[in-house]
Design a protein. Structure first.
Ligand code: 5GP
Ligand code: MG
Ligand code: MG
Length: 179
């Protein structure tokens, strides 16, 4: 895979992310107090680091599951088509579900996922996104919880890739093309 040369400028430090994740987990804990077993659904692949940290901060019984839908491929433009690449293992009918997304950009992905999962009749369906780019929105959707609002920049790190690279950066950085 060839990419243009780029550098990554830190936008959100690992420390700030950790503090925010802890605070979000407290709010989520209140929302789902008494839930027998919350189904925490990570959208692959960008949410894998976020869901790992968030799940460990949640002081309630959880089941971790994953859903993979296609959106970006390796390009930087979003497509409006969302296809299921990997479906849930869990049956969510009558259960409490938290969808964990990396970034809400145009909102098409999250809104398709919410419609899909809602059609399976969960008892309660909530969403959380680590990052939100409100200026890019093309749909009505808003996550129930958001880690950070960011400007319209292409970001990587903390699970989020550029052409499958940089997912393992501990912080969120913005991509700047160096030539
Ligand atoms: P949406 O359907 O909201 O336009 O797109 C959501 C998905 O696009 C996100 O879950 C994420 O996978 C991808 N995306 C949006 N913005 C960025 C970005 O700045 N960097 C990367 N790597 N992916 C992004
Ligand atoms: Mg995503
Ligand atoms: Mg991606």
């Amino acid at each position: 895979m060839t990419t243009r040369a780029y550098v990554i400028d830190e936008m959100i430090s690992a420390k700030s992310i950790a503090a925010r994740v802890e605070a979000l987990a407290k709010e989520i804990g209140k929302e789902f107090e008494g839930t027998e077993q919350l189904v925490v659904v990570g959208l692959l692949r960008g949410s894998f680091v976020f869901i790992a940290d968030l799940a460990r901060e949640l002081k309630l019984p959880v089941e971790v599951d994953f859903l993979e839908v296609s959106s970006y491929g390796n390009a930087m433009e979003t497509s409006r088509e969302v296809r299921i690449l990997k479906d849930l293992r869990a049956a969510i009918e009558g259960r409490d579900v938290l969808v964990v997304e990396d970034i809400v950009d145009t909102g098409h992905t999250l809104s398709h996922v919410v419609n899909l999962l809602a059609s399976r009749n969960p008892r309660k369906l909530k969403t959380i996104a680590l990052l939100d780019k409100p200026s890019r929105r093309e749909t009505e959707i808003r996550a129930d919880w958001t880690g950070f609002e960011i400007p319209d920049e292409f970001v990587v790190g903390y699970g989020i890739d550029y052409a499958q690279r940089d997912r393992n950066l501990p912080h969120i950085g913005k991509v700047r093309f160096s030539e």
